[in-house]
Design a protein around this ligand. Structure first.
Ligand code: C2E
Ligand code: MG
Ligand code: MG
Length: 735
C-alpha cells in the first residue's frame, strides 16, 4: 500500500440497505472501449464486498452500447465511464444523456480517462453530479476499491432517502385517505390496504377492534388475503393462536410488536383501540420500522378524528332518550328516500303534557321509550321510525304500510311502561304523500306534515289527517292577508261602523255597538270574521283593540247632547285582548284620556274568555264594573260556558246570538233556544239583548218573550259615524 493510498474504514458502519429491496449484488456498469480495462476492473474487484453485498459487472464497450443497456430496466448503482471513446467527449455526452434524458439522478458516476488532457471542466463535474474523476493510471486496486465503495455508499444513501420520502409520501396519502369521514369499517379496511402498500407486501392483514367496555370482546373489524373470512369473529375464536396471542399482547401492552410478523397498536379515543396484524416474510429494515412508527401515530390521529366525527354525527342524527333517529335524520332520509317510501307521518301523543306534568318526569321518559319500542315493533324495519322531539314521532315508509288505520292499531293495546301501570294512549297524526315526480325536500315535507297534524289536533283529535296542498295555500294566503292588515292598520285604513241598540218596548235608541271595518287599498272589503281571528293569532289584535276603544270613545263623546246621557257605546273585546295582564288598566287609561264616564261604556266579551283562570277573570270584571262599565256576554248560546261559571261572574247583560234569532237555527228551533236563554237570564238577573233581528216578526216574538233590547238590520245596519247621527236625527224627527 503506497503513501497515497488512503485507508478507509467502512466496515463498522452498518448502513441500511435500500429500503424495501432484497439482498442482491451491486450492479456496476463498466463503459470503456479498451477491453483490458474491463478485465482489469473485474479482476481488481473480484472479492469485494460493500455492505455485505458483492459486485456484479455489466460491460459496455462504447457509449452507444451503454445507452442501449441503460435504456432497459436495470438497477445500476455505479457506472465507471471512460471519457474518450467513439469521440473525444463520448463519455461526457453519455453522462449528460443519463442525467438529462434518462433523468437518472441516483446512478453514481466515476469518470476515467487515459489522457489527462481530456479531463472535464469542474462545472461539468458538479453539473452532472459526478462522483469521482481519475486517470486510469491512478486507479490502483485500492483506489478503485475506495472510489467504488464511496460511490456505492452514496448510492445506498440516496436510495434510502428516496425510499423514506416515498414512505412518507405514502403515509401522507394514507392519512389523507383514512382521514376522510367514513365509517369504522371503511376506516379499518383502508388501514389494511395502506399498511400493506407501505410495506410493499401482499395483503394478508387484519385489524382488530377492542373496546374497553364490560361485555364487549375484541373482534376482527377488517381483514384481507388469507384472513378475509375472519371479519366479525371475536379475537378469542381466531383459528391461529399465535396471531391471537400477538394481538392480545399488543392491545394489553399498548405498543407495537415487530418480529417475524408485525402487530401494530393504534390508540383511539374513549377506550376503543385498534391492533393491526400484517404478515411480512422478511425482517424489516430500520427505515421501515421508523416509517411504521410515523404511520401509526398519524393513523391514530385520523382514527381519533373519525371517532369524534362519528360521535358528533350520532349526536346530530340520533335521539339519545329513545334510541331512534331524530328530526335531522328523518329529514335526511326523506331527502334520499327510495321511490317505494312514499308516505311520511307525524304522530303526536294526545294529552302527553298532562302525563308529564301530573306524574314524575321520569315516567314521561319511560312512556316515550315505550312508544318508541311500540312503533318499532309495529313499523320497523321496512319503515323509518324517528322521534322529532317532545312527544312527536315520525314515520317514513310505503303508503300501504303507513296508514291512519295502522297507526291507530299500533296504539290499540295498552302500552307496557317500564316501572308503571300499562298505559292506554291515543295519537293524532298528519300524513304527507311524497310525489313521485318531484325530489322531496325533507324540511318542507316535515313542515307540511306538521301543518296537517296541527289541523288534525284542532279538528280531529285522536285521528289522522292527510296534508292537502289547498291547506298550505290557505295558510300562505292567511299570512299574506295578515301582512296586508298590518300595513292597513299602520296606514290608518281601518275604520268603525256603529249599529244601534233599540229598546224593544219604548223603541228608544239606547246605545250602539262599534264594529271594525277594513277596506283594503284595492277597495276590497274584508269581513271582520275573517281578519279578526288572524289579528288575534298574531298579537296584532291588542294594538288594534286599543285603537278601536279610543276611536269608539271619541265618537261617543262627540255625540254630546244628541243622545241621552246613559246612551252606551259597546266595544267588542276579544279573548286575547282580555287575557293581557294589564288589559283593565290600559282600558281605563283610555277612558280617562278621552274623558268618557264608565256608565256610558259596555264591554262585549265572548264565552271564550271563560277559558281564562276564573278567579282572575272575576277580578278583572269586578275592576271594570267598579268604574261603572257594563259587561255583556256576546253571542250567548254558541260557546260552552256552564251555568256555574255564569253564576260566578259579575255580568250585566246577555246578548243572544243572531243564529237563534235570524239564522237557520232560529227557524228550526222556533225561537225555543232564544226563549230558554231569556228565562235563564231572568233567573240570573241579567239584562238581555238580541242580535240579528231582521224582521218585524222576529222583533215581536222576542219582545213578547221578554227580551229587553234588540239589534239588527230591521232597525239599522252598522253605519259610519256621521251616517249614524243622520239616521238618529231622522228617527227622532219621525217620533
Ligand atoms: P258581533 O260582536 O256578534 O257583532 C254583531 C255582528 O252581527 C256584526 O257582524 C253585525 O254586522 C252583524 N249583524 C248585525 N245585525 C245583523 C242582522 O240583522 N243580521 C245579520 N245576519 N247580521 C247582523 P260583523 O260586523 O261582521 O262582525 C262580526 C264579528 O266580528 C262581531 O260579532 C265581533 O265578534 C267581531 N268584531 C267586530 N268588530 C270587532 C272589534 O272591534 N273588536 C273585536 N274584538 N271583535 C270585533
Ligand atoms: Mg259584539
Ligand atoms: Mg254577537
Amino acid at each position: 500500500m503506497g503513501p497515497d493510498d488512503d485507508v478507509f474504514v467502512f466496515a463498522q458502519e452498518r448502513l441500511a440497505a435500500p429500503a424495501l429491496a432484497g439482498v442482491q449484488p451491486w450492479q456496476v456498469l463498466v463503459v470503456d472501449d479498451e477491453p483490458d480495462v474491463h478485465a482489469a476492473t473485474v479482476l481488481a474487484c473480484k472479492d469485494f464486498q460493500v455492505q455485505g453485498r458483492s459486485i456484479s459487472f455489466q460491460h459496455a464497450h462504447s457509449a452507444a452500447q451503454a445507452r442501449a443497456l441503460l435504456a432497459a430496466p436495470h438497477d445500476f448503482a455505479v457506472a465507471l465511464i471512460d471519457v474518450v471513446m467513439e469521440t473525444n467527449d463520448a463519455g461526457l455526452q453519455l453522462v449528460r444523456h443519463i442525467r438529462e434524458e434518462l433523468d437518472n439522478q441516483a446512478l453514481r458516476i466515476i469518470l476515467r480517462t487515459g489522457q489527462p488532457g481530456y479531463a472535464p471542466e469542474m462545472e461539468t463535474i458538479t453539473r452532472y453530479d459526478i462522483n469521482d474523476y481519475k486517470t486510469k493510471s491512478d486507479l490502483t486496486q485500492v483506489r478503485l476499491f475506495t472510489s467504488l465503495t464511496l460511490a456505492l455508499r452514496c448510492y445506498a444513501q440516496l436510495q434510502q432517502l428516496q425510499a423514506s420520502r416515498r414512505g412518507l409520501e405514502q403515509i401522507l396519502a394514507a392519512s389523507r385517505a383514512l382521514g376522510q369521514p367514513t365509517g369504522l369499517h371503511q376506516f379499518a379496511s383502508g388501514l389494511v390496504t395502506q399498511l400493506c402498500a407501505l410495506l410493499a407486501v401482499d395483503e394478508h392483514c387484519l385489524v382488530c377492534a377492542a373496546a374497553q367496555e364490560p361485555g364487549r370482546v375484541p373482534y376482527v373489524l377488517a381483514a384481507a388475503g388469507r384472513y378475509a373470512g375472519w371479519i366479525g369473529q371475536p379475537l378469542s375464536e381466531l383459528a391461529a393462536p399465535h396471531i391471537q396471542q400477538s394481538l392480545r399482547q399488543v392491545l394489553q401492552q399498548r405498543q407495537h410488536r415487530i418480529g417475524a410478523d408485525i402487530c401494530l397498536y393504534i390508540q383511539g379515543a374513549h377506550g376503543l383501540n385498534l391492533a393491526a396484524y400484517v404478515e411480512v416474510a422478511r425482517p424489516l429494515e430500520p427505515l421501515e420500522r421508523s416509517l411504521l412508527e410515523v404511520f401509526c401515530s398519524n393513523i391514530a390521529v385520523a382514527f381519533q378524528n373519525l371517532q369524534l366525527y362519528l360521535e358528533i354525527k350520532d349526536l346530530a342524527f340520533h335521539d339519545a332518550l329513545v334510541g331512534l333517529p331524530n328530526r335531522h335524520a328523518l329529514a335526511a332520509a326523506i331527502n334520499l328516500h327510495q321511490p317505494e317510501q312514499d308516505m311520511v307521518a307525524l304522530l303526536d301523543l294526545d294529552n302527553f303534557a298532562d302525563i308529564n306534568s301530573v306524574l314524575d318526569p321520569s315516567y314521561g321518559d319511560a312512556v316515550l321509550q315505550a312508544v318508541a319500542q311500540q312503533l318499532q315493533a309495529c313499523f320497523a324495519p321496512a319503515t323509518v321510525v324517528a322521534r322529532l322531539g317532545g312527544d312527536l314521532f315520525g314515520l317514513l315508509g310505503q303508503a300501504g304500510q303507513v296508514t291512519p288505520e295502522l297507526i291507530t292499531q299500533a296504539f290499540s293495546q295498552p302500552l307496557a311502561v317500564a316501572g308503571g301501570e300499562p298505559l292506554r294512549l291515543s295519537v293524532t297524526s298528519g300524513l304527507v304523500r311524497l310525489s313521485a315526480d318531484e325530489p322531496a325536500n325533507g324540511a318542507m315535507v316535515l313542515k307540511n306534515a306538521s301543518a296537517a297534524l296541527k289541523q288534525a289536533k284542532r279538528f280531529a283529535r285522536g285521528k289522522a289527517l292527510y296534508f292537502e296542498a289547498a291547506q298550505a295555500d290557505a295558510a300562505r294566503e292567511r299570512i299574506q292577508l295578515l301582512n296586508r292588515l298590518r300595513a292597513s292598520f299602520s296606514e290608518q285604513h281601518l275604520f268603525l261602523h256603529y249599529q244601534p241598540f233599540v229598546d224593544l218596548h219604548s223603541n228608544q235608541v239606547v246605545g250602539a255597538e262599534c264594529l271594525l271595518r277594513w277596506r283594503t287599498a284595492e277597495g276590497q272589503f274584508i269581513p271582520p270574521d275573517r281578519f279578526i281571528p288572524l289579528a288575534e293569532q298574531s298579537g296584532l289584535m291588542v294594538p288594534i283593540g286599543e285603537w278601536v276603544a279610543r276611536t269608539a270613545l271619541l265618537w261617543r263623546k262627540s255625540l254630546g247632547q244628541r243622545v241621552a246621557d246613559d246612551f252606551r257605546i259597546a266595544i267588542n273585546v276579544s279573548q286575547v285582548q282580555f287575557a293581557e295582564p294589564d288589559f283593565v288598566a290600559r282600558f281605563l287609561d283610555i277612558l280617562d284620556a278621552v274623558g268618557v264616564p264608565g256608565y256610558q261604556v259596555e264591554v262585549e266579551l265572548t264565552e271564550s274568555v271563560a277559558m281564562e283562570n276564573l278567579s282572575l277573570l272575576a277580578a278583572k270584571l269586578e275592576q271594570l264594573r267598579a268604574c261603572g262599565i257594563r259587561v255583556a256576554m256576546d253571542d250567548f248560546g254558541t260557546g260552552y260556558s256552564s251555568l256555574s261559571v255564569l253564576q260566578g261572574l259579575q255580568l250585566d247583560r246577555m246578548k243572544i246570538d243572531r243564529s237563534f234569532v235570524s239564522g237557520s237555527r232560529a227557524e228550526a228551533g222556533a225561537f225555543e233556544i232564544a226563549r230558554t236563554i231569556l228565562t235563564l237570564a231572568r233567573h240570573l238577573r241579567l239584562s238581555t239583548i238580541a242580535e240579528g233581528i231582521e224582521t218585524q216578526a222576529q222583533r215581536d216574538v222576542l219582545r213578547t218573550a221578554g227580551c229587553e233590547e234588540g239589534q239588527g238590520y230591521w232597525f239599522a245596519r252598522p253605519m259610519a259615524g256621521p251616517d249614524f247621527v243622520a239616521w238618529l236625527e231622522q228617527r227622532q224627527a219621525q217620533c
